[in-house]
Design a protein around this ligand. Structure first.
Ligand code: ATP
Ligand code: MG
Ligand code: MG
Ligand code: MG
Length: 474
């Protein structure tokens, strides 16, 4: 079953259960300053769940464009290293706004996954997790659906804090929250990894495919949970992950859609096609994130959102460089992406020329400093050094446009650490310098315009500092 068919089947299934099919929202969240990029299907319904926005339907289903690079969920570092993480991915979801709850949600999920006329997956390859104290969900899985006890894992609170669990979802410190139940697929004992909750759960044998969140409580300022009068459901299933299962492959990168992109990446970088080459995976992943972000109006810039885009583009370019492609290549993958995904996302087609132009301009810009930056880095690492000094990491950032995560990516490949304390000290010194000059700028501007003007730093490093701060805030 092709990826596009699975997407359609999911929407058809939930439409047949009375759900309104709603279009994906933009990757740039509308009117939500707390979010860098749309990172889940529920984002566009946040106000509906909170009761601030009323819709003519109480059930909805979507295939939502998501980006998890930067902000609360950041999977950038996983790309190329795990079988299951992308920066951009599609999240299939069904939503109940005070309509059905646990029982129907679980029944629907099970029917879609296992009924022969839908996905028809073998039941014995699936296992589920529930929140430790959620007996209700446990009983539905066990007694109604018939999942054996050894395939249901109760996941409790980790990190010692109440409700800090993979199986307890919360929108923020206060507000709607509740337990989740997650469905995993066992890709077989030839792959390293253990079931959820075990010591080897970080492996890629048991892959999480679907999360069902039950918004059951409202948490007040004191941390007390109050039952919501009309509990809701929010679910998310990664399309690429379920596609891998349906196509009998292990990694997302082996599905139809990605094979086409990997081949295009191999062609444009001039290396043989190989599904195992991490740099090809990174490039294939990043062309999606970058193109979709540009299609939704993000432009590379020293600004927060634009800077995340710039960092993804530069990482992709550096991986091409690593494969020996010193010329411009990244923008040449856009037509392949449009072929693969343009039917489902017309904005790719209509935006194609602009996407190509933006990527090409960004490639030209970085091409001016990439070679010299790499030479500086190689020089600093000469003699088998085990650590990159902070000054060099800073200079790479400030002068050569190497965002710190790009430098870290290179160092990680070689098993070298960055002296982050040294790097942050350089950043701090830079911040100090710009504070001093901003003091001056502010004073003169205020005197001149009589207005309360705030100085905005423009150098890459002060931008980097802002992005780092955002990361730390999570
Ligand atoms: P994981 O534990 O594998 O990182 P998650 O628990 O962070 O996943 P959720 O926030 O529960 O993921 O999102 C719902 C679903 O979206 C997941 O079950 C998975 O199928 C999919 N998903 C999440 N992150 C990614 C990603 N980076 N790339 C592809 N699919 C993803
Ligand atoms: Mg995750
Ligand atoms: Mg998870
Ligand atoms: Mg999850």
């Amino acid at each position: 079953m092709r990826t596009s068919e699975i997407r359609q089947k999911f929407l058809d299934f939930f439409a047949s259960k009375g759900h309104q099919v709603v279009a994906s929202s933009s990757l740039v969240p509308v009117g939500d300053q707390t979010l860098l990029f749309t990172n889940a299907g529920m984002n566009q319904f946040k106000d509906v769940f909170l009761g601030f926005d009323k819709r003519p339907y109480s059930r909805a289903t979507t295939s939502q464009k998501c980006v998890r690079a930067g902000g609360k969920h950041n999977d950038l570092e996983n790309v190329g290293y795990t079988a299951r993480h992308h920066t951009f991915f599609e999240m299939l979801g069904n939503f109940s706004f005070g309509d059905y709850f646990k029982q129907d949600a679980i029944r629907y999920a099970w029917e879609f996954l296992t009924a022969p006329q839908w996905l028809g997956l073998p039941k014995e390859k699936l296992m589920v997790t529930v929140y430790a104290s959620d007996d209700e969900a446990y009983d539905i899985w066990h007694k109604e659906i018939g999942i054996p006890a050894d395939k249901i894992v109760r996941i409790g609170d980790n990190k010692g804090a109440p409700y800090a669990s993979d199986n307890f979802w919360q929108m923020g410190d206060t507000g709607p929250c509740g337990p989740c139940t997650e469905i995993f697929y066992d890709h077989g004992d030839h792959i390293w990894g253990g079931p959820p909750g075990s010591a080897e759960e970080d492996g890629d044998r048991f892959i999480e495919i679907w999360n069902n969140v039950f918004m059951q409580f409202n948490r007040d300022e004191t941390g007390t949970l109050h039952p919501l009068p009309k509990p809701s459901v929010d679910t998310g299933m990664g399309l690429e992950r379920i596609s891998a299962v349906m196509q009998h492959v292990h990694a997302n990168y082996e599905i139809d859609l990605f094979v086409d992109l990997l081949k295009a990446a191999a062609r444009e970088t001039g290396v043989p096609y190989n599904q195992e080459t991490p740099s090809l995976k990174v490039i294939a992943d990043h062309i999606r994130a970058c193109s979709f972000l540009i299609a939704d109006g993000v432009l590379p810039s020293p600004d927060t959102r634009g800077y995340v885009l710039r960092r993804i583009i530069r990482r992709a370019i550096r991986h091409g460089y690593k494969l020996g492609q010193k010329g411009l290549f990244f923008h040449k993958l856009v037509p392949d992406l449009v072929l693969a995904m343009g039917d489902a996302y017309p904005e790719l087609k209509s935006g194609q020329d602009r996407i190509v132009a933006v990527l090409k301009a960004e490639e030209e810009l970085f091409a001016r400093t990439l070679d010299n930056g790499m030479a500086l880095l190689e020089g600093a690492l000469e003699g088998g050094k085990q650590q990159l000094d902070g000054k060099t990491a800073f200079k790479l950032n400030d002068t050569f446009g190497f965002p710190i995560d790009l430098t870290a990516d290179i160092c990680r490949e070689r098993g070298i650490e960055i002296d982050m304390a040294g790097y942050e000290a350089e950043l701090e010194a830079q911040r100090e310098r710009s504070r001093n000059s901003s003091q001056f700028t502010m004073n003169t501007q205020v005197a001149y315009e009589g207005a309360d003007t705030q100085f905005q730093g423009y150098s890459e490093s002060s931008v980097e500092a802002r992005v780092l701060a955002l990361y730390h805030e999570g």
